[in-house]
Structure formats: C-alpha cells, structure tokens
Design a protein around this ligand. Structure first.
Ligand code: M6R
Length: 590
C-alpha cells in the first residue's frame, strides 16, 4: 500500500527525481499524492487527490537536493487533499510520509491535543510529526527525536521524515518495507526498487525495528530500540529499468500477460539440487501447510491438487489471513510454504511469524528478491517473473504454479519429467499467445461485455483456477464474476443461470473431463452461454477457446485466456486495468 520515495544528495533536481520515481510506484496506491522539497525558501509542500501519473514534475524544478514524495492508499481518513501526505508539525518544520498504520494514533492524538497540538487531517499519520515535535522539546537532535517517537508507535509502519533546519532524511521501519538505493550522487529511500532503478541498482534493506539516517554523503543504520549502530551489506539487484516499463503496450497488465511466454521458462529454470532438497523437506515434514493471499492463495490451493495427483502427497492449504487458527497443528517438525509475488503481504508475514514461533520451518516462493518474506524465510525460491506492476497478478501466478508443479514432480522422484513438461508447455504458450489469438479473445469479450454476471467452473486443479478467473475478472472489469467447483452447481449456484448468462468452463484432457463436461451441459440446459477453454472442441461450447494440451500443466495454460478476457473486459468497459478502484498492488496492512 502507499508508495514512498525520498532522495538526499548532490543532485539539485530532487523534486523532479522523487515525483518521476514515484510514478513507478503508483501501483502501491493511487488515491492521492504529495511532495515535499527543501529549497532555499524553506520546505515547499504540494499535495492533492488523484493519480501521481497526472502530475507534471516540471513545477518542481526549484534547486533542491532533499525531497520526498508519497502516493496514498487511504486507510484512516477519506481521500481529501488534507489527508494526503506529507503531514507536518504545528510549526511546519517537521515533515513526514507514512506507509502503514499507527494503531494507537487515537491515544497519541488526544495526548498531543492536550499539549496544544492542532490537527488538520483525520489521518493516523499526522500524529507522527507532532510527536516528533514534542520529543524535540527535550531531545533537540532530529534523528534522535524520530527514534524516540517511533518507540511509542504501535502498528506496522515505514516512515520517512525531514526537518526544515536539517539536511537529513530519516527513515524508520517496523512492518512496512523501506529500501535504500545507494547512488553515486546520494541516497534514495523507497518502498520498492522500481522507484530508483534508473539511478542505482545497489541497495541496502532496512529490516523491522531499524532506522537509517543520511545526509546524502553517508548513511548510518541503527536499531530503533536502543539506537545501537548496525552495519548493512550492499546488494546488487538484477531487475532492469526496461523490465519495469510498459514499452509498446497500452497497459502493464497486457504486457505482463504476454511476458508469460518467457517468464514461465525462467521460473522452471531452478537449481535442480535445491528443488530436490525442498521436496525432501516436504517429505520429512510432519504436516505441510501452504498459505498465500488472493491470487497467490489460488496457487497454493492448486498445489494441493498437484501434490496429490502427481506425488500422492497430502498438504494443507489455508488463506494466509485464516492461518492463525491453524496454530494448534504446528510443531517444530511442521513446514509452512508461503507464496507471495511482492514478498511483503502482511497476512503472509503474520503466518510466517506464527509458524516460526512454533519452531516450524518456512519455505517462501516469491517474485521480489530481497523482499521481507524472501529475507525472513528459512528457504526461499525466486520465480524470476520480473517486475509485476499491474495490480492484477498474472505472470506471477503462472510462475508460482510452474515452481509448485516442479516440486510435485521432484516429490514423486520424477523431476526431469516435470521440467520437460513445463518447458514444452512454455513453448506452446509462446505459440498460443500470437496476435491473431489475442484478437480472437478480444472478439469473444465483445459478445459478453454488457453482461453484469459471469460464472466460471472447473474441477480438480481447474477449481482453484475457476476461483482465480473470478478474481481476475472482478478486480479489473468490476463484472460480478464467481468461480465454482463444477460439481457444486446443482447444490445452489445453478439458480443464478439465466438465458445468455456467460459461463466459462475450464476443461483438460484429464480424469475429470467427463464430469466437468456434464456440469457444463447442466449450465447450457439452463440457458448459459458457454465459453469452453479446452484442448478439444465439444458440442456444448458456444465459443471454443482452443488451448494446447499440457497434462499436469493444463491449469497454467487454461488460465491465460481468462487473463486476456479479463483485460479486454476492463478496457471495453472503460476501466483502467492497471489501477482498479479500491485496490493496491502490495497489501502491507492486515
Ligand atoms: O504480493 P502477493 O502475491 O502476496 O499478493 C497477494 C494478493 O494481494 C494478490 O494476489 C491480489 O489478490 C491480486 N490483486 C490478484 O490479482
């Protein structure tokens, strides 16, 4: 949620740098934006509601070498210019941006009000500059006062602060990511690396309970609790600037769907020894649990089927937000597999902490290298999908499923067979995703774009894909879409089918083919307009979306046309698929 980007250093265009860099983090929140630049005339602040992508950075060209900016995903307080960050102290000297939630803000606000502080917003964030201001009455050193204020916060936060009389940028984190970009010309501080990829690819990660203080020439890391200094490694990141841009595509979502031609191959090209070791860890574990949120949760659910069908291995799936209730089953011999694109999702992190508190080991399957989940897990596998910028997760899902299928084959002692299947599948997807195919899918969208309800059915590993199809369509097009296990229809949902209701059926050439086709026939009999995604045509389909035959990798193949349909449904209904309403890419609050 919320994007933060700050800079301090030699360059004199810090205002432009932070605005332009923050445009690369807009996927983290896009309700409102704000910027603070320290100029010769003092700190200049601009903020407003709306998207930062519409802001012309040339209005921030005043000589400035210390600046910070913020895009908001509202938690406390409506979307208004007053609630946009940065927030300031009474004297206007202390300026703060926040990503996260200060849970005890009401108590702190009452306390500060009783001491005469005046609040102008309804956010939790505003208590931060006022509390720092209060601390500075007894601790005039700005960075030390920030630390003392942090000691009083409850909740998960990443904050960056500056002071009119100081040349420092101060960052502190407990729960929400902050990454330092080490440049030749100064230090960049951001909630995610795409903000500063153009300037540097050398980073230092701030961990929970740590703070960083920089004047642009050097940087000092310390713990919030004691103020004790700590040393940090510099790490080189592999993502390129080009990967993080839209290129020839109108939207990141379509670009990322098309990238699956290559990203699946990258996910499959894992170190085989490492995959075997992980399979062994699953085999030896007394209870393996898989957790994730949203789309990643559907990958976890699909894994239950992959592990069962391919390796006859039982694992337990739970949405990360429900995992708390599983703690009775955890012991030191248990294994938790967490799946996350961003590697920052709050509910997933909480599940990890619960498992670790019981002594269990955690395996992470993530996309973002160096993310909190990647760093905190006992073992971590990167899916190497490259930056995923659209809020709707596409290439990350297929990368996650590819890795899970690989592990399932390793569990069955047939890793080379799994690898071959997945590489062949990637090549088939490459052929499938040609311009004519995409045009054909766009044509199908035109036939259903006016409908407000849509249903998707699947069985076995296509059941989680039916649920995932629904998420994809809901979040970008706002069409009411629902996914079901085919066999569940006649127990209730079939009552929703009317003449012409679009129904997508996900079919493979597998042991449940006859069953899902007969469920599809039941839908057709009630008037459903049947869109069949299958390797072979069937007479029940009103529209047949042909997909290559892919064995156990069929769900990877079958979900891709749904992603394209969801994309075109959004575009044709006049919605922005990259920035759907009410959502943000990285959900760092619970
Ligand atoms: O970064 P993560 O994979 O942990 O994110 C999990 C979900 O928030 C994410 O998959 C979300 O459901 C997407 N918007 C779905 O497209």
């Amino acid at each position: 949620m919320c994007g933060i980007f700050g800079f301090v250093g030699k360059r004199q265009d810090a205002g432009v740098v932070v605005i332009e860099g923050l445009k690369n983090l807009e996927y983290r929140g896009y309700d409102s934006w704000g910027v603070a630049c320290k100029t010769e005339e003092g700190i200049v602040i601009r903020k407003d509601v709306g998207k930062i992508s519409t802001v012309d950075s040339s209005q921030f060209t005043k000589k400035c070498s210390l600046a910070m900016a913020h895009t908001r995903w509202a938690t406390h307080g409506g979307v208004t210019p007053e609630n946009a960050h940065p927030h300031v102290s009474c004297d206007g000297n202390i300026v703060v941006v926040l990503n996260g939630i200060i849970e005890n803000y009401e108590t702190l606000r009452e306390e500060l009000k009783s001491k005469g502080h005046v609040f102008v917003s309804t956010t939790d964030t505003e208590v931060i500059p006022h509390l720092i201001e209060e601390e500075m009455k007894s601790e005039p050193d700005f960075a030390a006062a920030v630390r003392r204020a942090c000691l009083r916060f409850q909740g998960r936060y990443g904050i960056v602060a500056m002071h009119a009389d100081s040349s420092l940028l101060v960052a502190a984190r407990t729960g929400s990511p902050l990454i330092i970009g080490v440049g030749k010309d100064g230090f960049y501080i951001a909630s995610d690396t795409p903000a500063f990829l153009e300037h540097t690819r050398t980073v230092q990660y701030l961990d929970d309970g740590e703070m960083a203080v920089t004047d642009g020439k050097s940087i000092l890391f310390s713990t919030i609790e004691t103020g004790a200094e700590i040393t940090k490694r510099e790490i080189a990141i592999t993502w390129s600037v080009e990967q993080a841009h839209k290129g020839e595509f109108d939207h990141f979502m379509l670009k990322e769907i098309m990238e699956q031609k290559e990203s699946i191959t990258r996910a499959v090209n894992q170190d085989e020894e490492q995959i075997r070791t992980l399979a062994e860890a699953i085999n030896n574990a007394k209870g393996t649990f898989l957790v994730g949120c949203g789309t990643a949760a559907k990958a976890c659910m699909a894994a239950e089927y992959f592990f069962s069908v391919i390796a006859q291995k039982h694992v337990n799936f739970a949405p990360a937000s429900e995992f708390k209730l599983y703690h009775h089953f955890l012991r030191p011999e248990s294994l938790l597999i967490v799946i996350s694109q961003s590697g920052e999702t709050a509910d997933v992190l909480e599940a990890m902490h619960i498992a670790k508190s019981k002594g269990a080991k955690v395996l992470a399957i993530v996309n973002v290298e160096g993310s909190t989940i990647d760093r905190e897990a006992d073992y971590s596998l990167l899916i190497n999908a490259g930056p995923e910028r659209a809020v709707a997760s596409t290439k990350a899902l297929t990368g996650q499923m590819a890795v899970l299928i690989l592990i399932a084959y390793a569990l069955a002692g047939r890793l080379p067979e799994g690898r071959k299947l997945l590489l062949e599948t990637a090549a088939k997807i490459n052929d499938m995703l040609n311009p004519r195919y995409v045009d054909f899918l766009e044509g199908i969208t035109e036939k259903i774009q006016e409908r407000e309800h849509l249903f998707i059915i699947g069985k076995s590993w296509h059941y989680p894909m039916a649920l995932e199809s629904a998420i994809k369509i809901q979040e970008v097009s706002y069409v009411h879409a629902e996914g079901f296990a085919g066999g569940e229809l006649k127990h209730g949902p079939i009552a929703l089918i009317e003449e012409g209701t679009p129904c997508i059926t996900l079919v493979g050439n597998d042991e449940v083919r006859a069953d899902i086709l007969s469920n599809t026939i039941e839908l057709k009999a009630r008037g459903g307009f049947i869109i069949g995604i299958a390797p072979e045509r069937h007479e029940v389909f009103d529209e047949w979306i042909k997909v290559p035959e892919a064995g156990a990798a069929q769900p990877i193949v079958n979900i891709i046309p749904v992603q394209v349909l969801a994309y075109f449904l959004a575009v044709k209904r006049g919605k922005d698929p990259d920035m759907p309403r009410n959502l943000a890419k990285s959900v760092t609050v619970k």
